[in-house]
Design a protein around this ligand. Structure first.
Ligand code: PGA
Length: 253
């Protein structure tokens, strides 16, 4: 059986764009991608711009994502954001465990798992990020690191829940550096991720899983990456901040 996986192109705006700038960017993107069919387009602005983008994309097929969430429902967690808050704003997806969260904000496989399970419990679709550092790649540990991150992130997640999960492979050395993984390097890890999901779950779950590549994706390299059999989308930082380049990514052929 072959499963058709709809490509998913997501723009991770990181800590960029005030609410008014976000509205302008989303408006420009809508115009440029309005005739695109058969791919999921996702925008992940910062928390403070979610509402502005939600209002702007309301009548389109573009989906809204947040860049994080907290695992408790509510309470004394100063500075955190709950699933319910995100749902009310119209978020469909949530990025979890981005390497910048792991690197600068103490995110661990355990906290990634807590956030992921909360997202699933509350009906948000998690985009869970994994990826090795340059040191880990150079010392031949990339596969081992990714296997550990997947196992940690997906602890107690059922096969039925996996239908709602997207995995993003983002080699840390390729993020914001202009150094993209070659299509072959990316494909090797994507295949490895799918094999791991098969081992943890089953054939059908692995075949249905969408795996995005992230790390210096641009309009120039998106097509060769997307041509790889196990690459089902892109999680894009820098190139998602300009309407023309993000639209070109969405329209990859
Ligand atoms: P980049 O970021 O496209 O700027 O490399 C990707 C990401 O961190 O999601």
């Amino acid at each position: 059986m072959t499963t058709k996986r709809i490509p998913i192109i997501a723009g991770n705006w990181k800590m960029n764009k005030t609410a008014s700038e976000a509205r302008d960017l989303a408006t420009a993107i809508i115009l440029l991608v309005k005739n695109v069919k058969n791919r999921d387009v996702v925008l992940a602005p910062p928390f403070t711009s979610l509402q502005a983008v939600a209002e702007t994309i309301k009548k389109t097929d573009i989906a809204l994502a947040s860049q994080n969430l907290y695992w408790e429902d509510k309470g004394a967690y100063t500075g955190e954001i709950s699933a319910e808050m995100l749902l009310e704003l119209g978020c469909k997806y949530v990025i979890i465990g981005h390497s910048e969260r792991r690197q600068y904000f103490g995110e661990t496989d355990e906290t990634v798992n807590k956030r992921l399970r909360q997202a699933l419990n509350k009906g948000l679709l998690p985009i869970v990020c994994v990826g090795e550092t340059l040191d880990e790649r150079e010392s031949g540990k990339a596969n081992q690191v990714i296997k550990g991150q997947l196992k940690g992130a997906l602890k107690d997640v059922t096969a039925a829940e996996m239908e709602r999960v997207v995995v993003a492979y983002e080699p840390v050395w390729a993020i914001g550096t202009g150094k993209t993984a070659t299509p072959k390097q990316a494909q090797e890890i994507h295949q490895f991720i799918r094999a791991n999901i098969k081992a943890l779950y089953d054939d059908a779950t692995a075949a249905a899983l969408r795996i995005q590549y992230g790390g210096s994706v641009t309009p120039d390299n998106v097509s060769t990456l997307m041509a790889m059999p196990d690459i089902d989308g892109a999680l894009v930082g820098g190139a998602s901040l300009k309407p023309e380049s993000f639209a070109a990514l969405v329209k990859f052929t």
